[in-house]
Design a protein around this ligand. Structure first.
Ligand code: PRX
Length: 661
């Protein structure tokens, strides 16, 4: 744990007076009602059992709702059998909704495709057959490294259909990061593409896969390659297979098998407080249920009439939960967009909303702040009257951004759901119910019906109202992670040891005077950069793996657009210092180090700023005091230095920086 205090940022007591109650019209049609809180409070497990039977189709009903006897290893809906892909696709076709559009796909260059549930059904069956031809079956992991194209969803659901846990790696990760994930998950097959369209150019993905596999020591036998950009790719005969060839050769029907409720559905790697990313494991029944339930009661999705757009990438948990498993289990019509919000112009999102008549938009505060910076004249040029609900996820949303979102994008009429959750929680945990809750700008409000959260102090005691501390979840929940792939001890240690018996989320939070939750941000060594989770120690490890670096310390500094920005303090090896002095290559070296981090982890992990220093501030026990480095990075007065082993270090650092300015 770092020296960050959960009370940081909480010094001003929150007395937000503005509240925004839903309109009577919205409330009248909302899926989420006040009664849900009462039902869940009265009998939580009976409540979840009822939701599970309402939202999911079980091949075999479950016998027990929750087995918590092996805590913290939970089993939900024990004895039940189901298939996630059947729930997300087949059953909608069987119910007569085959002609409903599942995805309005918008490619960055302007190509579009409308894919119905019947077409999804054909694609997932062929893809499942193609994967089983390659020897993939129940329990085999498949790594997916794809851009935001419909094949990403097809690939994930085909894996789910076979009971083969997928592990999706975000396309922004480098070949080194991909290699370690393929290895850790032990995948025999990787699904990738020749590339995707990004900022008007084809980006390359296949070379990263080739690079990862060239490092050896993986069980990979085959690489399926989706053709998206038609750029030239190196080809490894016998190993590489075009996706379209494999699907064309595969049988067109696939009889699904049904799996235990606790059968692994996917592994998703996320940054923790150590250098090694953790493979967060989710299983089938509980995960699928909480996602379908929250998409219904929180996102208020009405599959017959809504057009829903979650702007996340499939490589992050938000894409898994709120593009694939939640909305599709309800039979939603969605928009999927391949590219960036400013290509070919800064109104691209609003143009898509206007064209596709999007009614529910789910995006991240960092995007909203970027749009604010670009100016309200841009969205004002488009007809956004189809919107009826707005969502936010990934990081705290500041009240100004919340108000701008409400007024400029939502025309003052759309409720906002600020949804707090994590890769580990699998689905939304704290959020307003849009037809019930009178919201406050910047607060995620209350735990949703069926979930119990609290804010506790250092000793685990609830802090009560108008006080801050650590956010915990006090009872197991259906979509909770079931462990860390291959590392049960790390699971217990990371989440369940800080406050025995409850789940420690790693976030600081505060209850306001009305008992609403305000999430402040991470209290551990995890940063949140544009809603992407980054570990300080992972970036430090990348930096010290460079031959010129002796030591590195990374902090997340506040950033008005990205929430936090990566700031690195680096001590060079002696020979490198001499060399740098001689040739005066400071700026070049910084560029070299930034590129090195991009190679080790991915471009998304490149520090915004790298400061070459001669010392780092450490306590007597040798712990780096990141709090002081954050003061430097945020250009603040340096805080209390009394616990430093050598209190002159901070003077050295700040003087050195001034000299270098
Ligand atoms: O710090 C919290 C922040 O994002 C972290 C989880 O990151 P990740 O696992 O990548 O999942 C992001 C998408 C769910 C949390 O520990 N966070 C997420 N949503 C919010 C948030 N912080 C404040 N408000 C939110 N609504």
């Amino acid at each position: 744990m770092s020296d960050a205090s959960p009370h940081e940022g909480l010094s001003t007591l929150l007395h937000e007076a503005r509240t925004f109650a839903p309109s009577p019209e919205f409330a009248a049609q909302a899926n989420g009602t006040a009664e849900l809180y009462q039902q869940a409070d009265a009998d939580r497990l009976a409540f979840w059992a009822e939701q599970a039977r309402t939202y999911l189709t079980w091949e075999k009903d479950f016998e027990e709702v929750l087995d918590w006897s092996q805590a913290p290893f939970a089993k939900w809906f024990v004895g039940g059998k189901l298939n996630a892909c059947v729930n997300a696709v087949d059953r909608h076709v069987e119910a007569g909704h085959g002609d409903r559009v599942a995805f309005h796909f918008v490619g960055e260059p302007g190509d579009t495709q409308d894919i119905t549930y019947a077409q999804m059904h054909q694609k997932v069956q062929r893809a499942a057959n193609a994967l089983s031809e390659l020897g993939i079956g129940k329990g085999d992991t498949v790594t997916i490294y794809l851009p935001m194209i419909p094949e990403a969803v097809v690939a994930m659901l085909a894996c789910a259909r076979l009971g083969a846990p997928h592990t999706v790696v975000f396309g922004g990760f480098s070949s080194d990061a991909l290699h370690s994930r393929i290895q850790d998950a032990g995948s025999k097959v990787v699904i990738t593409a020749d590339g995707g369209w990004r900022r008007g150019k084809p980006s390359a993905l296949k070379p990263a896969v080739d690079g990862a596999l060239a490092q050896g020591d993986t069980p990979v036998e085959h690489v399926l390659v989706v053709q998206r950009t038609e750029q030239d790719v190196d080809w490894s005969e016998g190993r590489d297979i075009w996706w379209h060839d494999a699907l064309a050769a595969a049988a067109d029907t696939h009889e699904p098998e049904f799996f235990d409720s606790e059968h692994p559905l996917f592994i998703l790697y996320t940054s923790g407080t150590t250098g090694k990313p953790k493979g967060v494991l989710h299983t089938t029944g509980g995960y699928l249920l909480q996602n379908a339930y929250t998409t219904s009661v929180v996102h208020d999705l009405h599959p017959e009439t809504d057009v829903y757009w979650c702007t996340a990438d499939i490589g992050w948990v938000t894409g898994h939960s709120y593009i694939v498993y939640g909305p599709m289990t309800l039979g939603a019509t969605q928009v999927m967009y391949e590219g960036t919000p400013d290509t070919p112009h800064q109104g691209r999102f609003w143009e898509i909303i206007q064209d596709k008549k999007v009614s529910i938009l789910y995006t991240a505060p960092t995007a909203i702040r970027t749009f604010m910076k670009w100016g309200k004249e841009i969205p004002e040029k488009f007809d956004l009257s189809s919107l009826r609900l707005l969502g936010s996820v990934g990081e705290p949303i500041n009240p100004e951004a919340w108000m701008w979102y409400r007024e400029v994008i939502g025309g003052g009429r759309c409720p906002i759901i600020d949804t707090w959750w994590q890769t580990e929680t699998g689905a939304t945990m704290i959020s307003p119910l849009p037809g019930v809750t009178a919201t406050k700008p910047g607060s995620a409000m209350r735990a949703i019906p069926g979930i119990t959260a609290d804010v506790v102090d250092e000793s685990g005691e609830p802090v009560g109202r108008d006080a801050g501390g650590y956010l915990v979840i006090t009872a197991p929940w259906p979509a909770m992670l079931r462990g860390i792939w291959g590392d049960p001890e790390r699971f217990k240690e990371t989440y369940w040891s800080r406050f025995p018996g409850v789940y420690f989320a790693g976030d600081g939070a505060k209850f306001d005077e009305d008992g609403n939750v305000w999430v402040v941000g991470r209290v551990d060594d995890v940063m949140n950069v544009s809603g992407h989770r980054m570990s300080t120690s992972e970036i430090e490890s990348a930096l010290v793996s460079h031959p010129k670096v002796a030591e590195a310390a990374v902090v997340g500094a506040n950033d008005a657009t990205t929430g936090q920005a990566i700031c690195a303090f680096v001590i060079l090896r002696e020979d490198a210092v001499e060399e740098a002095d001689e040739v005066g290559e400071g700026a070049e070296l910084v560029a070299e180090l930034r590129n090195h981090v991009a190679k080790e982890i991915g471009a998304i992990a490149k520090p915004r700023q790298i400061l070459i220093v001669s010392e780092l501030p450490k306590t007597r026990s040798g712990k780096i005091m990141r709090r002081l480095l954050r003061d430097v990075a945020e250009k603040r007065e340096i805080g209390d230095v009394t616990t430093l082993a050598d209190s002159s270090v901070m003077d050295l650092i700040t003087e050195g920086l001034r000299a270098g300015d």
